[in-house]
Design a protein around this ligand. Structure first.
Ligand SMILES: Cc1cc2nc3c(=O)[nH]c(=O)nc-3n(C[C@H](O)[C@H](O)[C@H](O)COP(=O)(O)OP(=O)(O)OC[C@H]3O[C@@H](n4cnc5c(N)ncnc54)[C@H](O)[C@@H]3O)c2cc1C
Length: 511
């Protein structure tokens, strides 16, 4: 089935134990800050019902019933490309795939490794995964992927940890009905809005650690599960949040530390239990899928950063400057490179585990992820640079709406004629929020912008010295009068015996 956002919201108030800023949250839908992430997760149920996106998000199961495409396993390059299109559409919309990305990627990894384990061990994981997947499709549930363990001392394997044995999620008991799990997963995105948590290992395991080789799914409200929400970035909401924190107010850190305090999981929801040789495959398969999502998530972010830089250049009247255009060209190049590498990863997929479920090309998808991760700070630096120091000191929404001071802000913080001051202020708030650091912007613009330093550097550099160095090296006259290079001895001062000119292959030096 395809649920509506309203139907989804009803299921989220399910008695889950969730905490925010030291207080128990009564209902995530009505909590002042947490509700904003729930509004974003609800977008996952808006897009499949939207006439412009239905064809992308909705497919049919074997009964002919409509289901969410992201709850199916990719079987071809076309499926991966469609998955990518869904992710990009959702991220550009500002929500639409957040409780269908980590979870879908985990589900696909379950499917890949179930085939592998059944083939090698004769287990029946494929059937279990299929049944679970079918249940998700029929009920149209919101899912997240819980992979990262808290890990304790990183130099030690799970069973070698000193203080306790629960730094990695593990099985502590089992009977004919199911298993009992203990441990914690950390940084798990969009947990407050997820119906189901899909858990799998984050590392390889040896036989000594087989109780940690564990994959399963559980409802987020199962007894023994405690969700500890990350502190919100901003504690404003409503229109004030929209203006002052246009991105982060709708994407309040949605991450949770998930405690599994002896949680019971029935066997039909267990997809790995002790098969330590396959933890690696599970973690790697998830990583490949999830980097495809990461690449799509970044397209949305990088487009915003690049677009904001271009608009700020226009608003400030510097869009024709050479150094600004070079920076904008570089930002556009990084944005498109990330997108194209992600697309290439879908066009040339991998099926190395002998499975019929395909994975994004590992080289291409890792190159995409590395490109955005290693260039993101430079992207932010350029936006901060082009925006000017106001990206740090821009007035707030409360200043703007105060009629006593608004005329002054309107007059003095306008820039290029024809651009409403409010647009400029909103874009500056976006730059501040998205690159999210007063101190970074202060570092760039305090004491003068980087272009000002470049001007000084250009005009103050000792070009005579550098040019004399190059002339001397290239045997081009002009360096002889330079006070440093002109005084240095030349190599020709070393008198050598005459060259033996009987070497026929070596041409004589032109005289
Ligand atoms: C905002 C956010 C959202 C996230 N969402 C999710 C999610 O939805 N689901 C999920 O499962 N995870 C999620 N993650 C987790 C993410 O995958 C991890 O943060 C990442 O894998 C790094 O792990 P860590 O935070 O434990 O850092 P650490 O592992 O402590 O890494 C810190 C540094 O130590 C190095 N290091 C660690 N161990 C070793 C070692 N043995 N040998 C050599 N170097 C080592 C690392 O390379 C790194 O340089 C999220 C993280 C963030 C920040």
């Amino acid at each position: 089935m395809i649920r509506t956002a309203e139907q989804y919201l009803e299921t989220i108030n399910d008695g889950r134990e969730i905490w925010c800023l030291g207080e128990k949250v009564k209902d995530v839908r009505t909590h002042p800050t947490m509700s904003s992430i729930i509004q974003t997760t609800a977008m996952d149920f808006v897009l499949p019902n939207h006439p412009n996106f239905r064809h992308l998000f909705v497919t049919q199961d074997e009964d002919g019933e409509d289901i969410n495409f992201l709850l199916t396993s990719p079987k071809s390059a076309e499926d991966l490309l469609r998955r990518r299109e869904c992710y990009i559409a959702g991220i550009r919309a500002g929500g639409g795939v957040v409780v269908h990305c980590m979870g879908s990627d985990a589900l696909a990894a379950f499917a890949v490794v179930a085939q592998l384990m059944d083939g090698k061990l004769g287990t029946n994981y494929v059937e279990r995964v299929k049944n679970y997947q079918r249940m998700l499709q029929k009920q149209d549930l919101a899912i997240t992927g819980a992979i990262t363990d808290v890990k304790g001392d990183r130099s030690l394997k799970p069973s070698q940890q000193k203080q306790h044995q629960d730094y990695y999620l593990r099985v502590v008991d089992q009977n004919k009905d199911g298993i009992v799990v203990r441990g914690a997963k950390v940084h798990i995105s969009c947990t407050p809005g997820a119906n189901e948590l899909l858990c799998l290992p984050c590392r390889t395991h040896g036989e000594a650690d087989k109780e940690y080789a564990l994959a399963f799914a559980t409802p987020a409200n199962a007894p023994g599960i405690k969700l500890l929400g990350v502190e919100p970035v901003t504690r404003t909401y409503g229109e004030e949040g929209n203006v002052d924190f246009p991105k982060s107010s709708h994407f309040q850190p949605p991450e949770c530390l998930i405690i599994f305090d002896d949680v019971f999981v029935p066997w039909e929801r267990v997809f790995m239990c002790g098969e330590w040789q396959f933890s690696r495959n599970m973690a790697y398969a998830f990583a490949s899928y999830h980097r495809l999502f990461g690449s799509c998530k970044m397209i949305g972010k990088l487009e915003i950063l690049t677009g904001a830089a271009a608009l700020m250049a226009e608003y400030n009247g510097v869009d024709r400057e050479d150094h600004i255009r070079k920076k904008l060209a570089w930002m556009a190049m990084i944005t498109e490179t990330v997108a194209l590498l992600g697309k290439a990863a879908c066009l040339d997929p991998e099926t190395e585990f002998g499975s019929d479920v395909v994975m994004p090309n590992r080289m291409a998808i890792n190159a995409s992820k590395y490109t955005f991760a290693s260039n993101f700070h430079q992207m932010c630096q350029y936006l901060q640079d082009i925006s000017g120091g106001l990206a740090a000191t821009v007035p707030s929404y409360r200043d703007w709406i105060n009629p006593e001071i608004q005329p002054y802000i309107e007059k003095y913080l306008s820039a290029r004629d024809g651009i409403p001051t409010e647009n400029r202020l909103r874009m500056l708030r976006l730059a501040k929020d998205y690159t999210s650091n007063f101190y970074q912007i202060d570092t760039i613009h305090g004491e003068g912008s980087m272009a000002a330093q470049q001007m000084f550097l250009y005009s103050s550099a000792d070009w005579g010295k550098m040019k004399a160095a190059a002339q001397r090296a290239a045997h081009v006259d002009g360096w002889q009068d330079h006070p440093i290079y002109g005084k240095l001895p030349v190599i020709e001062e070393v008198k050598m015996p005459p060259v033996d000119e009987t070497y026929a292959a070596i041409p004589k030096t032109a005289k």
